[in-house]
Design a protein around this ligand. Structure first.
Ligand code: NAI
Length: 480
């Protein structure tokens, strides 16, 4: 089939990647590093949602929120700084500078690796060909181009989901795309959906001075996180004046002058300047597949792949948010690397989705890998659990961030001792940077005895993990 395509005279690459977000650029960089001839087709800018409209700008704004908290709390340290005032246009400018620098770095890195980037909209055609249409409005006159791949990797990502009754207009109703481009802070905001994105935005807006209401349909915030972790975040939100309503259905909104009134639950209402929708993301496959490609989508529109990222069509692969796996940039990286290894016929290990690292950057931060206590019990596993609250940790006291805990879930051996570490759950200061050793322990299937051999520097936040693990051996120093 490919020989025929090559005979058509189109340029042939070892790998043609459609979409230059984390899934796509990781595939391209790893493929190029392995000596493959790689093309990337991108309709906007390489870096994708993560760099331009997601993880990176969101975390940059959350850092601004941290600076506000630090300055506001400075007098406790004897530092007189006055009440901080946010100039959001400056914050927006700094965010954009960070994004632009990273974008330039990535584009340069890809070019340096010999990756050819085509500007345009890619469509998968039969026979492993890819049509590249110009993005409308930029160069409508250019004829579509066609290239051929010995392999094609679909990495077109996802877009925010919306809900009926809430038309996104960029003023009253926003998704993460619009929030991250705001040039002024709304005085009040309703966040619909209390998942990862909703909690990050709620935390950020509250710290920057907006009055925040979170409306979540399920019984708790951050569904999927361990309940002890969710409890800490919920308490912190409450203390900071964030109104959280869980188990409520949102029925619509009525614009009123400069803002809007959101209706939820049993006829309850809240007046806000703006509404943020964070109700999940849907895969972006609109117009992606021409007739006869053999690639299949599931009922929710995700590209169907096997555990090596192979679609139903030979030589066509898919990675990142467009497949139904955790929508995390680093999962996209892992899937891209896996696809290249599998293409090359090298030993490759499918991604263990139940053990990937999660990092949520609300305040307090959340990070975890592996099974929650509830998930382990639901799976019929008898467990031993230990927790170390940051309140007893020296470094947490020093930095003045004592909210949170580390919780380790291990399987219970027949003699009652703790065996394999199944899950590590953290909430508190800088836990997104602390998860590493917990992630390793879970994925190495290590036991508390093994991990307890390692020395933790003192005083550090990360020794809370070591303390918790020592406690699981039955002989903790500070944790019983
Ligand atoms: P999500 O799926 O994590 O959360 C959406 C929440 O909205 C759910 O709790 C759901 O019950 C709720 N919801 C849905 N419809 C609703 C309605 N009509 N009314 C009220 N609540 C409703 O999706 P989210 O937060 O939008 O994030 C999208 C994806 O991106 C997720 O897979 C998330 O894990 C990932 N992500 C991860 C981040 C991180 O790890 N730091 C940061 C941002 C996103």
């Amino acid at each position: 089939m490919i020989a025929t395509a090559e005979a058509t005279g189109t340029e042939v690459f070892d790998v043609v990647v459609i979409g230059g977000g984390p899934g796509g650029y990781a595939t391209a960089l790893y493929g190029a590093a392995a000596g493959l001839k790689v093309a990337v087709v991108e309709r906007d800018k390489v870096g994708g949602t993560c760099l331009h409209r997601g993880c990176v700008p969101a975390k940059e704004f959350l850092e601004t929120a941290t600076v506000v908290r630090t300055v506001a709390g400075a007098k406790e340290f004897g530092v007189q700084a006055g009440q901080p005032v946010v100039d959001f246009a400056v914050s927006q400018g700094r965010k954009q500078k960070v994004v632009d620098q990273l974008f330039k770095g990535l584009a340069g890195l890809m070019k340096g690796r010999g990756i050819v980037t085509f500007d345009g909209i890619g469509t998968v055609l039969a026979g492993r060909r890819v049509r590249i249409d110009p993005v409308s409005g930029t160069d409508g006159s250019a004829p579509p181009a066609e290239i051929t791949g010995r392999n094609i990797v679909v990495a077109t990502g996802s877009v925010p989901r919306t809900i009926p009754g809430f038309d996104v207009d960029g003023r009253l109703v926003l998704t993460s795309d619009e929030v991250l481009a705001l040039d002024a802070l709304p005085a009040s905001i309703a966040v619909i959906g209390g998942g990862a994105i909703g909690c990050e935005f709620a935390s950020m807006f509250s710290d920057l001075g907006s009055q925040v209401t979170v409306l979540e349909a399920l019984p708790s915030l951050l569904t999927g996180c361990d309940s002890d972790v969710v409890g800490v975040v919920a308490r912190s939100f409450r203390k900071r004046g964030i109104n959280v309503h869980t188990g409520v259905k949102v029925s619509g909104h009525t614009p009123n002058g400069s803002g809007t009134t959101v209706t939820f639950g049993d006829g309850e209402t809240v007046n806000v300047d703006a509404v943020v929708l964070s109700v999940g993301r849907r895969p972006l496959t609109d117009g992606l597949l021409a007739e006869g490609t053999g690639v299949t989508l599931d009922e929710r529109g995700y590209v169907v792949v096997d555990e090596y990222q192979r679609t139903a069509a030979e030589g066509v692969w898919a990675v990142g948010d467009v497949v139904n796996t955790p929508q995390l940039a680093h999962v996209g990286f892992a899937e891209g690397i896996l696809a290249i290894k599998a293409m090359l016929g090298e030993p490759a290990f499918p991604v263990e989705y139940s053990r990937v690292p999660w990092a949520i950057y609300c305040h307090p931060e959340v990070a975890f890998a592996g099974l929650t206590e509830a998930q382990a019990k639901e799976a019929g596993i008898d467990v031993v659990v230990k927790k170390d609250p940051f309140g007893g940790n020296s470094r947490a006291r020093i930095v003045g961030e004592t909210e949170g805990l580390v919780k380790v879930v291990a399987e219970r051996l027949p003699d009652g001792r703790a065996g394999r570490i199944l899950g590590v759950h953290m909430v508190g200061p800088w836990v997104t940077e602390q998860l590493g050793q917990g992630y390793m322990a879970v994925n190495w299937e290590a036991t508390p005895e093994e991990v307890g051999q390692f020395i933790q520097p003192h005083p550090t936040l990360s020794e809370a993990f070591g303390e918790t693990v020592l406690a699981l051996t039955g002989r903790g120093l500070h944790v019983g």
